[in-house]
Design a protein around this ligand. Structure first.
Ligand code: SF4
Length: 312
């Protein structure tokens, strides 16, 4: 299916997803990929679909959404592969932007060293680039790139793009246990991100079946560590994690509000206590949430934090 949705997304509101690359053509074969193993590994940009075919599918989707009064905030290139492999990307983004909606692209950044790719991406209103690591060895172990790619060229390309781009640039770092979940990795990523100043650095983790079944999510302690280290370098850091525990019945709006905040970032104990006292609630709610296994207390740098548990 070339166009799907609209689907709700925390970052982009309601978005029509666009598959401009058939599954699963990619320049990476990430160990955590939720689309499965890469069947066609490539760095060669080429045509997969006629831009007009994609545009017609999107127009149809918009008409269907309109017919049922479904709101659409973004048109998002989020294919089952790498969207910048599409040689027609610039024409496609130009045509999509003529539809009068915001355009988003979620890319692994592997071809961002190519000026033509950067020129095309500048058309989008919102671009997300993958920065899982800035360490060559980790990059090979986690993203398993095509042999023609060079990490230093990619990082240089990201820096150049950040200087040229006028839309909202965000980054996404997928954390995998025992691969990039150590403080040294996060400090190095933080230093790199400080130079490109993304609008937000998202931290995510595998929550659906990964390409390799040995892949494990990082611990809550590691997520908290990563958040705090990145937040030392840039203003806006947020988790991008689906919480399996979200279906549990919330008995109180305050619980729901607190868990909502903790789904996006950890909170210091002092901030949580202030939050509860302002709402006139007792601290016992914290013990209840810990017993329900949706909340956990953890420590980082001598400070106590409350974090969401990501499986209920
Ligand atoms: S870049 Fe995206 S699509 Fe490609 S292998 Fe990695 S996670 Fe999968």
């Amino acid at each position: 299916m070339i166009a799907f949705g609209p689907v709700p997304s925390r970052r982009l509101g309601r978005s029509i997803g666009i598959n401009n690359i058939p599954p699963k053509t990619c320049s990476y074969s990430c160990v955590y990929c939720q689309v499965g193993g890469t069947t066609e590994m490539s760095t060669a940009r080429r045509q997969f679909y006629e831009p007009e075919t994609i545009l017609n599918e999107v127009r149809k989707k918009l008409q269907q959404s309109d017919a049922v009064s479904a709101q659409v905030d973004y048109l998002t290139l989020v294919p089952d592969g790498e969207p910048t492999l599409d040689i027609n990307l610039e024409a496609l983004l130009q045509n999509l932007s003529n539809l009068g909606l915001n355009i988003a692209v979620i890319s692994n950044a592997s071809l961002i060293w190519d000026p033509e790719v950067r020129r095309a991406l500048r058309i989008a209103d919102w671009v997300s680039l993958k920065v899982d690591t800035v360490n060559e060895d980790t990059w090979h172990r986690i993203d398993r790139p095509h042999g023609k790619l060079s990490l230093s060229s990619i990082l240089k390309g990201i820096r150049t793009f950040a200087e040229e781009y006028e839309g909202k640039l965000v980054t996404e770092t997928m954390m995998v246990q025992n691969l990039n979940d150590k403080p040294g990795e996060m400090h190095a990523i933080g230093k790199f991100l400080e130079r490109i100043e993304p609008g937000c650095a998202y931290i995510s983790m595998p929550t659906r079946p990964p390409a390799e079944n040995w892949v494990r999510a990082p611990s809550e302690d590691s997520l908290n560590m990563a958040y705090n280290i990145l937040a030392d370098h840039i203003d806006e850091v947020a988790y991008l994690i689906d919480y399996e525990g979200d279906e549990f019945t919330q008995t109180d709006n305050l619980e729901s509000d607190l868990l909502g905040i903790l789904s996006v970032h950890p909170m210091r104990d002092t901030a949580v206590l202030k939050f509860l006292s302002e709402a006139g609630k007792s601290e016992s709610i914290l013990d209840e949430l810990i017993l329900k296994r949706v909340l956990k207390q953890t420590e980082y740098n001598g400070q106590i934090f409350y974090v969401r548990r990501f499986s209920g």
